[in-house]
Design a protein around this ligand. Structure first.
Ligand SMILES: [Fe+2]
Length: 134
């Protein structure tokens, strides 16, 4: 499974958002570790719920910033968050039904990991540039 390393190329230029992304990536990496090491249902379940909770905290924080700053692309960005929440919900449901399977490992890599990096590099970067320019 892939781990993600935060570096300057992922910086969106806003300290609070960068810090949250680092925490988010850290929790993602812990989840991949737990699944890859076949740590058992309880540990994977815990890692997954930390990620779910933190995703909510982080998305809410970005959405508040977008609302406060009258960010023009707020709706499109919020839709992306919504899509990810749905993906994450589906993953949690699969995990609850089937446990930490190989399919779950693949889904974490492709649906979560790839999405996360792409989201930071595209929509979050645009938001970061907008907020930095204010
Ligand atoms: Fe975002």
């Amino acid at each position: 499974m892939q781990k993600i390393k935060w570096d300057q190329s992922l910086s969106v230029g806003v300290e609070l958002i960068d810090e949250q992304h680092q925490t988010w990536i850290d929790l993602y990496n812990r989840l991949t570790e737990a699944v890859a090491a076949q740590h058992g249902v309880e540990k994977v379940s815990m890692a997954l719920s930390f990620l779910v909770d933190y995703t909510e905290t982080h998305f809410s924080s970005e959405e508040t910033r977008m609302a406060e700053s009258n960010y023009p692309d707020k709706d499109a960005h919020t839709t992306k968050h919504k899509e990810f929440r749905t993906t994450l919900d589906g993953l949690v449901q699969d995990f609850q039904e089937d446990g930490p399977t190989e399919d779950l490992a693949v889904a974490i890599d492709t649906l979560l990991g790839n999405w996360l990096v792409k989201h930071i590099r595209t929509v979050d970067m645009q938001l970061g540039s907008f907020l930095s320019a204010q």
